[in-house]
Ligand binder design. Sequence first.
Ligand SMILES: Cc1cc2nc3c(=O)[nH]c(=O)nc-3n(C[C@H](O)[C@H](O)[C@H](O)COP(=O)(O)O)c2cc1C
Ligand SMILES: CCCCCCC(=O)C(=O)O
Length: 368
Amino acid sequence: MSVEAKSFPVSFDALEQEAKEKMSTGAYGYVRSAASNEETLRKNAKGFEKLAIVPRMLRNVAAVDMSVTIGGRTYPYPIFLAPVGMQRLTHEEGELASARAAAAIGVPFTQSTVSSYALEEVKQATGDSPKWFQLYWSRNAEVSYSMVDRAEKAGYEAVVLTVDTVMTGWRETDLSTNFSPLKLGFGKANYEYDSVFMAALQAKDEESIIQSVLENIHYPELNWSHVAELKKRTSLPIYIKGILHPEDAILAIENGVDGIIVSNHGGRQLDGIISAIDALPTIVQAVDGTIPVLFDSGIRRGTDVVKALALGAKAVFIGRPFIYGLSVGGQAGVEKVLENYIEETKITMSLAGISKASDLLSLKLIRE
Ligand SMILES: Cc1cc2nc3c(=O)[nH]c(=O)nc-3n(C[C@H](O)[C@H](O)[C@H](O)COP(=O)(O)O)c2cc1C
Ligand SMILES: CCCCCCC(=O)C(=O)O
């Protein structure tokens, strides 16, 4: 599947602008915006701008190998799709389209707990392509375990436990437009499919299901004992998403976690905090190679992918840009966004004198 190269916006800003025209004011505001004063959102981008690559020359970059090995599995590119909930908000085919695009390009798809299609539906649409499942811990722990079991049964290869969303951040755009996609029912598919969740409900009408999803998704009591318990309950590797402090990285290792995703949720949760790219080196240092460190928040182009890998990330997740691609062009739009990221990453590696993604740690960066 392809979109007309000429008509498809190339830069992030142009893509965002075109997505704005496609989406309702509420939906666009929900995707674009971030918490409070959006300082962290801006800092994520600035963090990358402050880092300058010091390229090497005359290194024969005729063949570039972008593959990376994470948890014993090799992926063709250091790029994943980030978990983004409720994608039907953006395009009717939602996660079915973005997961198909990821499969077509060879990029792993990460499916949110609050996806608008269930795990089983996405599996059916995409077969054996690599997929990870992102878990929002449920107030009813048995629902969490049940969802993880379903993911494992459907062949998902890892669980991403997001830990920075024990409540929703102070999102002024959504508050002013009174917009809540969860309340509109966009994130209920995995719950409706879940026999444990449904059995616990008295009334099974649409409104009661949505109400129960809203009650389940917020769990401020979440702590490390839940991580340790989850580790006992599943044989899937567990990646913790939302770590920014090196001491939390150490605790993650102590609690049996298999990998860390350094992320500030794209600035959507807590404002006024460290940019994710500034947090990355401190986590990489704390982890000291024991488990893989992945990264998201602020990846807007191939040069950002290269900078994150040069600072020790094994791979990066793309968030808002692929959602904009989805809204502009459905599956083909997501494919085009991924192709552009891959191509710009390849060009950046070549011009910086690095022919293997696994050698990017040797690339020199300076802070300007
Ligand atoms: C509209 C939207 C919905 C999101 N939904 C989820 C989600 O369901 N689960 C999750 O762990 N992260 C979610 N995220 C956060 C992303 O996984 C990722 O951390 C973030 O988008 C990275 O920032 P960036 O888009 O600025 O690069 C969401 C982000 C956006 C923009
Ligand atoms: C507990 C917060 C639910 C939000 C679900 C989607 C999401 O993560 C977002 O950033 O929006």
